[in-house]
Design a protein around this ligand. Sequence first.
Ligand SMILES: [Zn+2]
Length: 456
Amino acid sequence: MDVDAHAEELASTLGIDKAEVKADLENLLEYSVPIDEAKQSVRRKHGGGSGGSSPSPSTVDLAEITTDHGNVTVTVRVLTVGTRTIRYQGDDITIREGEIADGTGTISYTAWQDFGFEPGDSVTIGNAGVREWEGEPELNLGDATTVAIADEEVAVDATIGGDRNLIDLEPGDRGRNIEVRVLEVDSKTISGRDGETPILEGVVGDDTARLPFTDWDPRSAVEAGADLRIEDVYVREFRGVPSINLTEFSTVTPLPDPVSVNEDAPRLSIADAIDTGGMFDVEVVGTVLDLRDGSGFIERCPDCGRVLQSGQCRSHGDVEGEDDLRVKAILDDGTATTTVVLDTELTAAVYGGGLEDAREAAREAMDKSVVAESIADELVGRAFRVRGNLSVDDYGANLDAEEFAAADDDPAETARSVLSTVRSRAATDGGAEGVTEAAREDTAGPDHDGSPGVGR
Ligand SMILES: [Zn+2]
C-alpha cells in the first residue's frame, strides 16, 4: 500500500479531504515515523480515536511479542535511551528511543514523551502499543502508557548502556556512546528546512574501525585530533554505510588519554562484510573472476559523470563524452562476490599507463576494448587485497577501492581463494606482485617504475 492508498483509506474513514490527510502523512513519513504510527497520529489529529486497539493489555514476556499483539504490559530492564527531535505539524517533538530487555529477549521502543527512565532501570511498562518496524515488533510508549519502577531488578543477558566500539555500530542504533579520535572534520552549510544550517562532517576512529559522522549542532570540541567521549549518538545509513549522528542532545567530553586508532581496516570475508549491510572501511582478499562491462577506457557524461553507453547518457542523452579509465572487477573469496570499483588512478596503476597511453593503444588497435583486455590479462585469475567502502543494494555489493594490491601477504588464503574460483589459470603465474606498490601510489601513472607494465 503506498501513501496515496493509505491517505485514501484514512480520508474516507475520517470523512475529510484526502489531500490534507496525505500532506500530514508525508510530513510524518519524512521523519521516519512508521506508517502505522503516522496513521494513528493523523487519526488523533482529526478526532478519529485510536483505531480500535485493545483496551486491556496482557502481561507478556518479550520473546512472546509478535506484531499481532495490540497492547501489552511488560516488566523489563532498560538497556539504552537515545534522544532525538522530530518535527510534526510544525512542532518539534522530542522522542526517546532505544532497547529494553527481560530474561527472554530484547525489543526496541519509541517513547513519545519523557517517562524518566534511564539505562539500568527495572520498570513495568503498562499498556504499550505493539507496532511493526522493519518486520520486527517494536513497543510504542504513548499517552495511554504507564511506567512504574519494578518490584525487583530484572536480570538480563544483554549489555546495559550504550557504550559500543565503532565496529559494532549499525544503522538504526540509538542512544550509543563512543570513545573516538576525530580523524577528519569539515565545516559545511546545508540548505535545510530552517534555511542555511551549519554542520560538521568528518571521520572518527577507534581501535576497531573508522566511521563517518555528522554533527548537526556544531561544537568547537569536535576538531581534528581531539580524543572524545561522545554520548547519545544515533546511527543511520548514508551512502550505503553506517554514519554517526550527533544531535543537540549528544554530549561531547574531551578524554584525558589518547584514543588508539587502528590504521588498518578490519579484514572480513566478503560474505561477512556484505552481512554488515555496508562498511565505511573494510579489507577483503579475493580472486578477480572477470571484469564487468564498462571497464577500461570509458567515456563519461560531462554533466553528471555517468558512464556513457554507445555515446548516450542515461539522463542527458547524446553528449560529448569525457575520456576516463575505470575498472569494475568481480572479486570472489569463496564466501561471496563483490564488484570492486577502481578509480582513474588505481586503474592507471594496474593498466601500467594513463589516459594518453590508453588513447594511443585504442587508436593503434582501432578498438577501445583493447584497454580492458589488457587490464583483464593483469587481473583475472589473480588474488588481490582490496581496502575501501563497501555498500550493498538490490543489485549486489560494491567495494569502492582506496587500496588495491596483489595479495602476497597471506599465501594460504590466496591459494584457498584461487582454488575456489572458476578460472584457475595464472594461479602460479607471477607478475601480479608489481601492482602492489604501484596501486598504492596516488601518483602512479605512465612513468611509474613499479607499474606492472602491461606488455605495451
Ligand atoms: Zn549525464
